[in-house]
Design a protein around this ligand. Structure first.
Ligand code: HEC
Length: 143
C-alpha cells in the first residue's frame, strides 16, 4: 500500500471515530462544545505551566479570559438536560442537585478569575486550583 493511501484510510477512520463519538442532541452538543472550549484553553495554560510551550503573556491572558467566559456560561448551557443522548457523559444528578452543581461551576469561575498569568510559575500554581475545580465537578457529575 502506498503511504498516501494508508494516510487517507487512517484519516477516514479517525473521522469515522470522531463522528461516532459525537453527541446528537442539541443540549448535549452545546455542553460538549463548551467543555471542549474549556479543555482547549486549559491545555494552553497547562502546556505553558509545564514548559511544553513557551511562556506567552498575551496568550495566557487570552486563555484565562476564555476560561472565565466559559465558566460563566456553564449554568446556562447545562440548565436543560434535553433528550437522552447515548454519547453524553452528563449524569442526571446535575439536574437533581442543581444548586450544588452551580456551586461547582462558581468554584471554577473563581479559580479562573484568581489565576495569575504573570509567569509560567504563577500559572502552574493557578492551574492547580483550576484543575481541582474541574475534578471537583467531573467526579460527581460526569460519567
Ligand atoms: C460545574 C461542572 C464542571 C466543571 C467545573 C468542569 N466541567 Fe468539564 N464537564 C462537565 C460535565 C457534566 C461534562 C459532560 C458533559 C456531557 O457529556 O454532556 C464535562 C465534559 C468535559 C469534557 C468532554 C467534552 C466532550 O467532548 O464531550 C472536557 C474535555 C472537559 N469537561 C474539560 C473540563 C476542564 C479542563 C475543566 C476545568 C478547567 C472542566 N471541564 C470543568 C462538568 C464540568
Amino acid at each position: 500500500m502506498r503511504p498516501v493511501t494508508a494516510a487517507l484510510i487512517t484519516s477516514m477512520m479517525l473521522a469515522g471515530a470522531a463522528f461516532a463519538a459525537d453527541p446528537t442532541q442539541p443540549e448535549a452538543i452545546a455542553r460538549a462544545t463548551l467543555m471542549q472550549e474549556v479543555g482547549r484553553n486549559s491545555k494552553i495554560l497547562g502546556d505553558m505551566a509545564g514548559g511544553k510551550s513557551g511562556y506567552d503573556a498575551a496568550a495566557a491572558e487570552a486563555a484565562r479570559a476564555a476560561l472565565i467566559k466559559a465558566a460563566g456560561e456553564i449554568d446556562t448551557v447545562f440548565a436543560t438536560e434535553g433528550a437522552p443522548d447515548d454519547v453524553s457523559e452528563a449524569l442526571p444528578a446535575i439536574w437533581t442537585s442543581w444548586g450544588d452543581f452551580t456551586t461547582k461551576s462558581a468554584a471554577f469561575a473563581q479559580a479562573a478569575a484568581g489565576l495569575d498569568t504573570g509567569s509560567a510559575e504563577t500559572i502552574k500554581v493557578g492551574m492547580g486550583a483550576i484543575g481541582g475545580s474541574c475534578k471537583g465537578c467531573h467526579s460527581v457529575y460526569r460519567e
